[in-house]
Ligand binder design. Structure first.
Ligand SMILES: Cc1cc2nc3c(=O)[nH]c(=O)nc-3n(C[C@H](O)[C@H](O)[C@H](O)COP(=O)(O)OP(=O)(O)OC[C@H]3O[C@@H](n4cnc5c(N)ncnc54)[C@H](O)[C@@H]3O)c2cc1C
Length: 410
């Protein structure tokens, strides 16, 4: 019996366990998933909790419920991978797991300690993240009592997971304060390390214009140097200081610590990975899905879903001794909530930036690209159902794995 070991039972790990359970011969292969946490969070829902659109209980389910019954699930933190020995050491009881093939799916997490002063006094008092369950639920409580003042939002450095989430947060904050009748008493400032609202030129222009119209000030090229929580000031290396009453931050995003301890990561603990085959650069029997990889695709659940087709086929090719497919094209798509019951949709890959036009989808589509619409907002809300019922269960979706130009206006 051979062992297919999956580290991480979040979006990518769970959907691959489901796909491989259907495709690997159960007489030859045992699938094992390891995760430090029994709870599966629907992370896109973290965006809605501060504004009372989702309740905390709307985004949590048990990981075990989404794994096939013949997949072994071990709850433990991971100490290290020893790739030369084909084994993984767990923190729980120093247990050693041998593998024949390994899939790394341990995602990325925030590291507020990387920013000087971030954790000194203000953390979860008037400084919050919304990328963790604890952060977003604490922020929702704070916002209920926030009646006026200056909200500064800061992205520490790229890459971050879901790079559009900060823009969505700002536009939903505008909506939220309008709904509460206090928008004129709240100043919204978006301090980003980028030179505009987003990474890609055409969407940056479109989204920057939208922030402008909503009275959200962009502070571009803001490379954060530290936070002084005694003075409520965040500063940049070029000497700018922004004072805040409420600071919402996306601290440095990094891969799991054990990747670093195992000597397998880059300087942010992301695993060097072939961007078209998704095989780890240095180890042929190690594969990487989702946020854990250093590929230049967006770190998003939709991307992990698109990657899973290439990964499944390549893992099977390798087992049969066949050549690998270079089929992953960096395809990403993402709804962007813009407030007031509307959203945009962007669809892009390694080579094509988000373009205007339409995105075809049978029955409920088409959705408008790079343009606000009510139907896009319903698409964003329907994504939660699709996540639990199709995506993590590895079921087919009515969308093309590779990006197509159908409907797009170059
Ligand atoms: C606020 C927010 C909004 C988002 N919005 C969207 C969106 O609209 N659309 C979209 O497509 N994506 C969105 N995302 C991104 C999406 O959630 C992630 O990209 C996706 O979950 C990545 O999947 P993954 O499997 O790589 O990592 P994850 O789903 O994060 O899973 C990683 C797993 O590894 C486990 N793990 C980590 N370290 C260890 C360890 N040391 N030992 C054991 N287990 C470990 C974790 O417990 C976790 O279960 C959003 C994310 C956030 C935070």
């Amino acid at each position: 019996m051979k062992t297919f070991l999956i580290l991480g039972g979040g979006t990518g790990g769970t959907l691959m366990a489901n796909k491989l359970a259907k495709r690997l011969d159960a007489h030859d292969w045992k699938i094992v998933v390891v995760d430090k946490d029994e709870t599966h969070y629907y992370q896109p829902g973290f965006l809605f909790i501060p504004f009372g659109i989702y309740k905390p209980e709307d985004v949590v389910k048990q990981k075990r419920a989404f794994l096939p019954s013949n997949v072994e699930f071990i709850v433990s933190d991971i100490e290290k991978i020893e790739p030369a020995e084909n084994r993984v050491v767990l923190k729980k009881d120093d247990r050693v797991l041998n593998y024949d093939t390994l899939l790394i799916a341990t995602g990325t997490d925030i590291h507020p300690e990387e920013i000087e002063g971030m954790l000194d006094g203000g953390w979860h008092q008037n400084i919050f993240d919304f990328y963790t369950y604890a952060g977003t639920t604490a922020l929702s409580q704070f916002l209920k009592k926030f009646n006026s003042g200056r909200l500064v939002f800061n992205v520490a450095e790229m890459p971050i997971k879901c790079p559009v989430a900060p823009l969505e947060f700002m536009m939903l904050a505008d909506d939220y304060f309008v709904r509460r009748g206090i928008r004129s008493k709240v100043e919204l400032v978006y301090a980003t390390p980028l030179s505009g609202a987003f990474t890609k030129p055409r969407s940056s222009e479109a989204l920057g214009g939208m922030l402008d119209k909503k009275g959200i000030h962009i502070e571009p090229d803001f490379a954060v140097s530290g936070v002084d929580s005694a003075r409520n000031v965040i500063s940049s290396y070029d000497g700018r200081e922004l004072n805040y009453d409420l600071l919402v931050t996306i601290p440095t995003n990094m891969g799991a610590d054990f990747i670093g301890r195992s000597g397998m990561g880059d300087d942010l603990n992301f695993v060097p990975t072939n961007k078209h085959t998704l095989q780890a650069d240095k180890w042929p029997n190690i594969w990487v899905i989702g946020d854990a990889a250093n590929v230049p695709a967006s770190k998003a659940g939709a991307v992990a879903h698109f990657e899973s087709d290439t990964l499944t086929e390549n893992i099977l090719h390798q087992i049969k001794g066949e050549p690998l497919e270079e089929t992953f094209d960096g395809h990403a798509n993402c709804y962007i909530e813009s407030g007031h019951g509307k959203a945009l949709l962007i669809d892009f890959n390694y080579d094509t930036e988000p373009l205007p036009g339409t995105y075809p989808l049978p029955v409920i589509g088409p959705f408008s690209l790079l343009k606000e619409s009510v139907i896009n907002h319903w698409g964003k809300l329907a994504f939660r159902w699709m996540y639990w019922n199709l995506i993590v269960k590895g079921r087919p979706m009515p969308v093309s794995t590779q990006m197509t130009m159908v409907g797009k206006r170059p």
